[in-house]
Design a protein around this ligand. Structure first.
Ligand code: SF4
Ligand code: MG
Length: 335
């Protein structure tokens, strides 16, 4: 069953230069207990999409222009801010790229964790401390009683991210949103945090939206992948579909730029040439046309519609039109 349904979401920022259409016409759902990855380069609309879901778009200059965001049937777009405050941290947990910006440097970890519980669940201090200790243990932090008395700067980067994960899960949220949770960490710690998230996904029955610019990161955790480009979803499908039968040239580009951890299969990394479209003056046709090696005349003038490839897999590209030339993904260069 769908826990989250996003329908035709459009979010813009109104700047002195004009309207920046950061997210336009985005629709997707997340099932109960499912982990979905949203991938794309920076500026493609991933963060704005989840900030819209959490209603954290600063207004002004930002605004959800259009669409519905239903969490367990309730439309969050139309909810008063007071109601949203009860949902953030309680029904939706969040983890961000840099824990230092979301942790308060002058309060102990214990104080910050118990405040979340006291605010959302109204439980007493001792009970809250007990639960906080239990969650620190769950995310692999030993000596939780001692750790609760420490300040954020006394934790390493990886440990701080573990604390953030524990805090995000404290109130048993229905949905966990992780925006580039490992980007600021070095590679070894990154792998450990991903391993932890995988482990927790099976332990707590929380749905997850994982945002990353790295397709390699989602593969192990998510069963479905959404690829965004220029504020739109260009392809989505099961992880299997996206890796084995990708249909959008932008997805092909992303796959070719994923570094392989397995050195024996070291592939040639091919960066995607060019830069994302200017969302102040979005292109008339396909947003990827300026960078697409397969662009045709029609791509410049008309946006491609979605083609459904199977129940879960769809892509928006003119190459999927029956009359288009047959161009397919020729895989990742393994040599
Ligand atoms: Fe390339 Fe055209 Fe497909 Fe866009 S619609 S990705 S420009 S082939
Ligand atoms: Mg971002």
């Amino acid at each position: 069953m769908a826990l989250l349904e996003v329908e035709n979401l459009s979010t813009s920022f109104y700047t002195y230069a004009g309207e920046v259409q950061s997210v336009s016409g985005v629709s997707f759902h997340v099932d109960e207990g499912e982990a979905v990855g949203i991938v794309g380069e920076s500026g493609c609309g991933k963060s704005v999409t989840v900030q819209s879901i959490m209603r954290l778009i600063p207004n002004p200059p930002g605004k959800i222009k259009n669409g519905q965001i239903r969490l367990a049937g309730r439309d969050l777009v139309r909810l008063p801010e007071k109601e949203m405050q009860k949902i953030r941290g309680k029904e939706i947990g969040m983890i961000f790229q840099d824990p230092m910006t979301s942790l308060n440097p002058v309060l102990t970890i214990g104080r910050q964790m118990t405040e979340v519980l006291q605010h959302h669940e109204g439980i007493g201090k001792n009970e809250a401390l007990g639960r906080a200790a239990k969650y620190l243990t769950m995310v692999g932090i030993s000596n939780p009683e001692r750790r609760l008395k420490q300040y954020p700067h006394e934790f390493s980067g990886g440990m701080r991210q573990r604390v953030m994960i524990a805090m995000a899960l404290l109130c048993n949220p229905k949905l966990l949103i992780a925006d580039e949770p490992t980007t600021a960490l070095d590679v070894t710690i990154q792998a450990q945090i991903l391993e932890l998230m995988k482990d927790l996904k099976d332990k707590v029955n929380t749905s997850i939206i994982l945002i990353t610019h790295d397709l390699g990161v989602v593969a192990g955790l998510c069963s479905r992948i959404i690829v965004m480009y220029g504020g739109k979803i260009v392809e989505m499908g099961s992880t299997q579909d996206i890796f084995k039968d990708p249909r959008h040239p932008y997805t092909w580009g992303l796959l070719k730029s994923v570094p392989r951890l397995d050195a024996s299969k070291r592939s040639k990394l091919v960066p995607i040439v060019g830069s994302p479209p200017d969302l102040l003056n979005p292109p008339k046709g396909c947003g990827f046309a300026a960078r697409c090696p397969h662009a045709m005349k029609i791509c410049e003038t008309q946006p491609p519609a979605y083609t459904d490839l199977n129940e879960k897999h769809r892509a928006a590209c003119w190459l999927l039109h029956p009359d288009a030339p047959k161009v397919t993904f020729n895989g990742i260069d393994e040599k």
